[in-house]
Design a protein around this ligand. Sequence first.
Ligand SMILES: Cc1ncc(COP(=O)(O)O)c(C=O)c1O
Length: 416
Amino acid sequence: MSKKITFDYWQHLYSNRTENMFSSEIRDLLSLSARPDIISFAGGLPEVRALSFQKLERYIKRILKADGDISLQYGGSDGYYPLRTKLIEVMKLEGLDVVEEDIITTTGGQQALDLLAKVFINTGDTIIVESPAYTGALNSFKSYEAKIIEIPVDDNGINILILEERLKELEKKKIQVKFIYLVPNFSNPSGITLSLLRRKKILELAKKYRTIILEDNPYGMLRYEGKSLPTIKELDTKGDNQNVIYLSTLSKLLAPGLRIGWIVAPHPILEKIMLGVQSTILCVSAFTQRIAYEYFSDPSWYENIDRFISIYSRRRDVMIKTLEDTFPKSASWSKPKGGFFIWLKLPEYLNTKEILADAVRNKVAYVPGSGFYADDRGLSEARLAFCTENTERIEKGIKILSRIVKEKIKLYKSFK
Ligand SMILES: Cc1ncc(COP(=O)(O)O)c(C=O)c1O
């Protein structure tokens, strides 16, 4: 929507829920960063041009020829079964061992998050999130009027000592935490990976406090260095009750335009989620699920992952090198081993929302940090996506940002 609304005639009709629905700064910026003259570090847009469009065209033709009537019909609300068999193969590469009946497909990871919020959150319920957290998850949880408790992350992921303390306090007050949300691999937005020790500990805590972990893992296969770690879901083998709900998406492994995500959960929970699917979208697109099925039936799909890894790791390296070469010493940033994002911290007296105006005037965009907190913290922080632009433009864009930041620091110091 481009037109600015000044007076809303329908205000008396809206549900209270809409007061908790905020425009995502990322989505607003996406429209801006789509302009070719802007060097965009804003949205985490995958490099879909690395895919073979000829092959995709062949898959689509094959689907229409062999299966046209069914593929254009409604499908089951648990998802296209053959695709679920392929998702099992994908998850095996991440060390997960599940069966088709453990999975339900969704319209992207975003709908998976929204369905889980719908299933678990009553107004005022308490949930815990890593902080900073993925803005799409925060927005969804807020729209169901959750009370969000934020636990800070450090270089090894969510701070376990603070998490344990909060869980203890909440138990004392007889408050049940509905779930703990985190992105353990190359998190959006921080780029940070949760250590193995903490994965084990957080699972222990979830069991102790009888809560669930929502393990959101869109980036796990996009690792550029180091050894992969087991998912928390994989570690959850002891005891009768499973405490982990695993969710992921094909947006980063294939293409966001297909809008396919999935959830792996204990069966009673899947039943509830399925009711959620039926009352919201009826079913995920039968057509795009078939495209994804064809894609993963071609063994060459894994070569594309290698291609993505080679492209993104080069872009990450150039962004980090240019930050190191040009940014002032008072700034710091995460050094992700995979995924799409670098988390930038500027001196506290700088405001990344204000700096963004200057940046955009100079044709560079990023996402200010405050959108990744439930309150308005993170004012001097920002998320830089390195996945979208080529290396020349990354170098150019970071140099421009560096110049602007240095000017702001100089200005601040001159007034002190
Ligand atoms: C951590 C995380 N979860 C979920 C999503 C939603 O992905 P999708 O495009 O599948 O809706 C994203 C997208 O960027 C993400 O980074």
